[in-house]
Design a protein around this ligand. Structure first.
Ligand code: NAP
Ligand code: MG
Length: 404
């Protein structure tokens, strides 16, 4: 087979630990033999981030804005222990946070469904994608522990000194208060990213808040979504036969459980944090979740939802065998390749991405899988493979699919 040619490079963001090892295996076994792979390579491994004072992360995000599509390996977010382990000059910020801020993006997470790994909710036959607003609310709050009697107020002061005041509570004893905020700009970007992604993936979009109780705060989210939908996206939605609808979060939760899946659920920051853990767990396993960061202007960065699988990496370093699931990382590559193919009109690249995803699913459905998958699969006699052999098994399946 002649290798598939690419015209525009993908922005390739390499990462850390076990996922960095998988990254190399995936390229060697599943990509380079089939594709004349064109990437602009950025090494986001912690050592290189430290050497470049984290400039490499910023550069990779800017390259993503330039080319439009990136694929990212999981990376370490440094903490105290990592400072010592890697002799860091500084406790560098989370790369995902840095990239998200530059791309002004929203993260969409969806599970990969496989026969034999049955969701806890039996009617969920299609993936539910969660879109979490990643700015503000309780994550950027101000809190006070009220010591005793007194009046708490919300005060806004304009540059000219005029004020808006609102009584929070007249305390007659100890208590607590918190102030949270969001901005029209951030909510609008979130809305646009959601509408754009719904159109891109041809799925319905649900949005839910608690607007009946929060008549100004949550209601503003609802209003901004509706205004932007009516002005910019309604026509395209109708043309594609997909739907946008807003509903109270209580109603959304009930409907989600009764649904068959196959839609995007846009959530405010806290709701998305909590609901994505619930949805991921109900579908089976973190190692089967994909994640894509979408900017309001339609720039895409694909990755796996899991981290660098540190525990497996230490085993690997000791020369012990690992059985780490590479599927979500492979799907990050296929997502990026398919998008690149779509933008550059290379149908062979899109088709290859489809076939490689099929090969991953078929390999597991045929009973060949990693340790963690075998623990949740209903397959009777699973063959448990190590990290490399699993990738090689996927390659065998891929070759047989490509022959047909
Ligand atoms: P993790 O890497 O997601 O791993 C947590 C545990 O989940 C693993 O120990 C493993 O369980 C299981 N697991 C996750 N992915 C798996 C896979 N592909 N195959 C098999 N098992 C898998 O999370 P963490 O250990 O909390 O974090 C490690 C590092 O990743 C941290 O430095 C963190 O900053 C970083 N992180 C990065 C990202 C990102 O770049 N997007 C996201 C999250 C975390 P067992 O050990 O029981 O087998
Ligand atoms: Mg959470």
């Amino acid at each position: 087979m002649e290798k598939i040619k690419m015209t525009t490079p993908l922005v390739e963001m390499d990462g850390d630990e076990m996922t960095r090892i998988l990254w190399q295996m995936i390229k060697e076994e599943l990509l380079l033999p089939y594709i004349d792979l064109k990437t602009e390579y950025y090494d986001l491994g912690l050592e290189h981030r430290n050497e470049t004072d984290d400039q490499v992360t910023v550069d990779s995000a800017n390259a993503t804005l330039k080319y439009g599509v990136a694929v990212k390996c999981a990376t370490i977010t440094p903490n105290g222990a990592r400072m010592t382990e890697y002799s860091l000059k500084e406790m560098w910020k989370s790369p995902n946070g840095t990239i998200r801020a530059i791309l002004d993006g929203t993260v969409f997470r969806a599970p990969i469904l496989i026969k034999g790994i049955v969701p806890y909710v039996k009617n969920w036959t299609k993936p539910i994608t969660i879109a979490r607003h990643a700015y503000g609310d309780v994550y950027k709050n101000a809190e006070i522990k009220i010591p005793g009697v007194g009046k708490a107020e919300l005060v806004f002061t304009a540059p000219d000194g005029t004020q808006i005041r609102e009584l929070i509570h007249n305390f007659d004893g100890e208590g607590i208060i918190q102030g949270i905020h969001n901005t029209r700009k951030s909510i609008s970007s979130f809305a646009r990213a959601c509408f754009a992604y719904a159109i891109d993936t041809k799925q319905d979009l649900w949005f839910s808040t608690k607007d009946t109780i929060s008549k100004k705060y949550d209601h503003t989210f609802k209003d901004i979504f509706q205004e932007i939908y009516d002005a910019e996206y309604k026509e395209q939605f109708e043309k594609l036969g997909i739907e946008y609808f807003y509903t109270l979060i209580d109603d959304a939760v009930a409907r989600v459980i009764r649904s068959e899946g196959g839609f995007i659920w846009a959530c405010k920051n806290y709701d998305g944090d909590v609901m994505s853990d619930m949805v991921a767990t109900a579908y089976g396993d973190l190692s089967m979740m994909t994640s894509v960061l979408v900017s309001p202007t339609g720039v895409y960065e694909y990755e796996a939802a899991h981290g660098t699988v540190q525990r497996h990496y230490y085993k690997h370093l000791k020369g012990e065998e690992t059985s780490t699931n590479s599927i979500a990382t492979i799907f990050a590559w296929t997502g990026a390749l398919r998008k690149r193919g779509e933008l550059d009109q290379i149908p062979q690249l899109m088709d290859f991405a489809d076939q490689l995803e099929k090969a991953c699913i078929k390999t597991v459905e045929d009973g060949k899988m990693t340790k963690s998958l075998s623990l949740i699969s209903t397959c009777e006699d699973p063959v448990i493979l190590n990290s490399l052999d699993f990738i090689k098994a996927i390659r065998e399946t891929l070759d047989s699919l490509l022959k047909n």
